[in-house]
Design a protein around this ligand. Structure first.
Ligand SMILES: *Cc1c(COP(=O)(O)O)cnc(C)c1O
Length: 216
C-alpha cells in the first residue's frame, strides 16, 4: 500500500474517532534500502527500527541525504548498546526496566540531552516479551519521570499475537491516562485503525507500507 494510502487511512480513522494528530512511524527494519529511500522521497520522515546495529548501518547515510529524519527505537535495548542508541535515535519507545532507566538517567546527565522516551508495557504479561507488567507500570512511570526527571512522553505496547488487540490498546490508554501521559504508541499494519479509535498518537506500520519483510 502506498504512503499516501496509509496516511489517508490514518486521517479517516482519527476523524471518525474525533482524535488529535497521529504520527506514522514507518517501520523500516529488514527492508531493502531502495524501499526505504522511495518512502523518504515521498516525504516520510519518521521511521522505526528494532535493532540498534541495523539502524547504525543504514540511517547515518540516509541522514546525510534527507533532512529532518526522526528515528524511533522500537525494539529491546541492551545496556551495552545504550550509548550507540543515544547517538542514533531521537525517540526510544522501549524503556522497559529499572536498570535501563538508571543508565539512561546517567547518560542524559552526562550529555545534557536525552531522546524522548516511551515505556513499553507488557499488557499481555507474556514471559518472552519485553515491557513492564501493568501492575508495575505506575511505579516505573514515577521513577522514570519524577525521580530521574527523564523526558517521558508516553507508553508503547505490542499486544499478544493471538489476542484481540483492542483490549490491550484500551488497557494501555487507561494506564497512560491515570498517569497523565499523552503519548500512546500502539497499532501496527493489521490494527492501526482500531488503535487510533482508542487514542493512539503513534502507529508503527511496517509491512503494510513497505511490503512483506524478507526475514525477521
Ligand atoms: C516490526 C514491528 C512493527 C511493524 O509491524 P507490521 O505488522 O509489519 O506493521 C511494529 N512495532 C514493532 C515493535 C515491531 O517490531
Amino acid at each position: 500500500m502506498s504512503l499516501s494510502d496509509i496516511l489517508a487511512r490514518i486521517e479517516t480513522a482519527r476523524h471518525t474517532a474525533g482524535r488529535g494528530p497521529v504520527t506514522l512511524v514507518a517501520v523500516s527494519k529488514v527492508q531493502p534500502d531502495a524501499r526505504v529511500e522511495a518512502v523518504l522521497e515521498q516525504g516520510q520522515r519518521v521511521f522505526g527500527e528494532n535493532r540498534v546495529q541495523e539502524a547504525a548501518g543504514k540511517w547515518p547515510g540516509f541522514r546525510e541525504r534527507f533532512a529532518g529524519i526522526e528515528l524511533h527505537l522500537i525494539g529491546p535495548l541492551q545496556t551495552n548498546k545504550l550509548r550507540q542508541a543515544l547517538d542514533l535515535f531521537d525517540v526510544i519507545q522501549s524503556v522497559d526496566r529499572p536498570k535501563l532507566a538508571r543508565l539512561l538517567a546517567e547518560e542524559a546527565q552526562a550529555r545534557g540531552t536525552c531522546p524522548d522516551l516511551f515505556i513499553q508495557v507488557n499488557t499481555g504479561e507474556e514471559p518472552q516479551k519485553a515491557g513492564v507488567l501493568p501492575a508495575e507500570a505506575d511505579a516505573f512511570i514515577a521513577q522514570v519521570r519524577d525521580d530521574y526527571g527523564l523526558p517521558l512522553k508516553g507508553l508503547m505496547v505490542i499486544p499478544p499475537v493471538d489476542e484481540e488487540p483492542s483490549l490491550h490498546f484500551a488497557l494501555l490508554a487507561k494506564i497512560a491516562q491515570r498517569n497523565g501521559l499523552e503519548g500512546l504508541s500502539m497499532g501496527m499494519s493489521s490494527d492501526f485503525e482500531s488503535a487510533i479509535a482508542l487514542g493512539a498518537t503513534h502507529v508503527r506500520v511496517g509491512s503494510a507500507l513497505f511490503g512483506d519483510r524478507v526475514t525477521g
